[in-house]
Design a protein around this ligand. Structure first.
Ligand code: PEP
Ligand code: MG
Length: 590
């Protein structure tokens, strides 16, 4: 990490505060376009291991190229010969060449990681070729780069080291962090996040909140204004990033940090208190999980169960697919981590902003990912994916109450199809003598597409429970990309259209006498609690660290007045007026 102590002017940048809290620390800037080619300094004692990493990556690259050469032999003579020459040139670059020697020298001399050494060496070699003003050599630059890219890919086989090897307390600054990359961040190491791209309800924001890492997304002018090592403050409450803060700013934020910490400690007292309104109505406050390791936080926060387990995160940051046994083991950890409380496992919801190495190129690269082969549609295209998941879920259901939830449903036919697949998978497992949940787990449907909300009565008729996904429901109702910072100001779950769909769905579920929950981000925002309860919802699922604030709001709430206020709100046609009515009610009640 480079440090530059000469830059001292305080710069305040604004963005979307998507994950609350304050982080103060040195910046770690992920270079643009190369977010998976990290650059970091290694300890002197790590030099040998880093060189070995590089040697192994080079050996693997040679094996890969020899295999390609063997395959090229079956091509027509001329093509085979030409490709053979090319691959020989690649092999030569990987065997005691200027490139390999240069990389090893940089690892030892500059004490940088192998990826950074490769990048630097490739840049110097390419530059040298360019300088020679020779068309043949200029064409070889592409070869050099290709070899470099292959080496870096091979090094990436192990977990992305950039984030796990950063010094504790850094603030990661990037053009964009994908949800998969965010899932790799260790809150014990990464104190804060700031990025140019990203909306408040995208999965990067959701993941930052789940990890409890303060984050500001959609920050304009962030790069190139910031350099690694610059002292920065992430103010996740107010959506500010402060670079090179003055001593006075720093002192103010440190005081705020103390206040927040004290408030958090106070909220802990609520853990064991019942989630019940002032006038005695119980509400189930459940947890949303992305990673199995969040289960401890959910239990500690006193969650009544898991209302949404986003299983797609099991598929990220790897090149292969998790098999049935692996998925079963993970689900079992979650089920056993919540003894006697229900766990709602959602089937794969990849696509949109959630990508997975093993499937991206085959299915997920599409012009409109949010409208494409996402979620249950991907399951229909590749039923094996669903069968494997359902088998793992049926087996995990032996260890505790489990429900199965289907994402992005739009038709009754999709639900009936999954029911059939579930029955077939169950029959196969029974034949094989494998223990499964009996009776079969309840099968529920996410209502997150306007078309599904408008036919909620039909969907309720073939489902055991409904869960309203307000993140997508808002996105699809208002045609606002939930992860695009440029339209984030238009993203409004209080838009009357969204509220009417929530109301319609809730009433359909209540009429069908099946459970209904809200598991979008508004469920974890105390601003919305009175409205959702007033509309008839009695189950809210949220990131575990929001449970306490929602419980505090709920315990201060009179449900009868909340219901009356919800009725007044539902008569309105203007989002701004709705917000006013809600905020006024909240202010008077708390
Ligand atoms: C939602 O859309 O509200 C939801 C809970 O699902 P996800 O955020 O995973 O899309
Ligand atoms: Mg959704």
């Amino acid at each position: 990490m480079k440090t530059d102590s000469s830059a001292t002017t305080e710069i305040i940048l604004s963005g979307l505060g998507v994950s609350g809290g304050i982080a103060i620390g040195p910046a770690y800037v992920v270079e643009s376009g190369v977010s998976q080619v990290p650059e970091y300094v290694i300890a002197p004692e790590a030099i040998d291991a880093e060189r070995r990493r590089f040697t192994e990556a080079a050996a693997k690259a040679r094996r890969q190229i020899k295999m390609l050469k063997a395959k090229a032999l079956v091509l027509p003579d001329a093509a085979s010969e030409e490709i053979g020459f090319l691959l020989d040139a690649h092999l030569a670059m990987l065997t005691n060449s200027r490139l390999t020697r240069g990389v090893e020298r940089r690892i030892a001399g500059e004490r940088v990681n192998a990826e950074a050494a490769i990048q630097a060496e490739i840049a110097v070699i390419a530059h040298g070729f360019q300088e020679m003003d020779d068309a043949y050599l200029a064409a070889r630059i592409a070869d050099v780069r290709e070899v470099g890219a292959r080496l870096i890919r091979n090094l990436g086989d192990r977990d992305y080291p950039a984030y796990s090897l950063l010094p504790p307390g850094v603030v990661v600054i990037a053009e964009e962090l994908t949800p998969a990359e965010t899932a790799l961040l260790d809150p014990g190491i990464v104190a804060g996040i700031a990025a140019v791209a990203g909306g408040a309800e995208g999965h990067t924001a959701i993941m930052a909140r789940a990890l409890g890492i303060p984050a500001v997304l959609g920050v304009r002018g962030l790069i190139p204004g910031t350099r690694s090592g610059d002292p920065v403050i992430v103010d996740g409450r107010n959506g500010k990033l402060i670079i090179n803060p003055t001593p006075a700013t720093l002192a103010g934020y440190r005081a705020d940090q103390d206040l927040l910490w004290r408030e958090r400690e106070q909220l802990k007292c609520l853990r064991s208190l019942p989630a019940i309104t002032r006038d005695g109505t119980s509400v189930a406050l459940m947890a949303n999980l992305e990673l199995p390791r969040e289960i401890d936080a959910a239990r500690d926060a006193g969650a009544a169960g898991v209302g949404l387990f986003r299983t797609e995160f099991m598929f990220m940051n790897r090149e292969d697919l998790p098999g049935e046994d692996e998925q079963y083991a993970l689900l079992r950890t979650v089920v056993e981590g919540m003894p006697d409380r229900v766990v709602t496992a959602r089937t794969l919801d990849l696509g949109g902003d959630k990508l997975a190495g093993a499937l991206d190129q085959r299915f997920l690269e599409t012009a409109n990912p949010a409208l494409g082969l996402r979620a249950v549609r991907l399951s229909q295209r590749e039923p094996r994916l669903l069968e494997t998941q359902l088998a793992a879920m049926l087996r995990a259901g032996v260890h505790g109450p489990l429900r199965i939830l289907l994402p992005l449903i739009t038709t009754v036919a999709e639900v009936l199809w999954v029911r059939e697949v579930l029955a077939e998978v169950a029959a196969r497992l029974r034949r094989q003598g494998v223990a499964i949940a009996e009776p079969l787990p309840p099968l529920g449907v996410m209502i997150e597409v306007p078309g599904a909300a408008l036919t909620a009565d039909a969907l309720a008729g073939c489902s055991d429970f409904l869960a309203i996904g307000t993140n997508d429901l808002t996105q699809y109702t208002l045609a606002i990309d939930r992860s695009d910072e440029q339209v984030a100001h238009l993203y409004d779950p209080l838009h009357p259209a969204v509220l009417r769909l929530i109301q319609f769905t809730t009433e359909a579920a209540l009429r069908a006498r099946i459970p209904i929950s809200v598991c979008g981000e508004i469920a974890g925002d105390p601003r919305f609690t009175a409205l959702l309860l007033g509309l008839g919802v009695r189950e809210l699922s949220m990131t575990p660290n929001k449970l306490a604030v929602v419980k505090r709001r709920l315990r201060a709430l009179d449900l009868r007045s909340a219901t009356r206020r919800a009725q007044t709100i539902m008569d309105q046609s203007d989002g701004a007026r709705i917000a006013e009515l809600l905020d006024e009610f909240n202010a008077a009640e708390s």
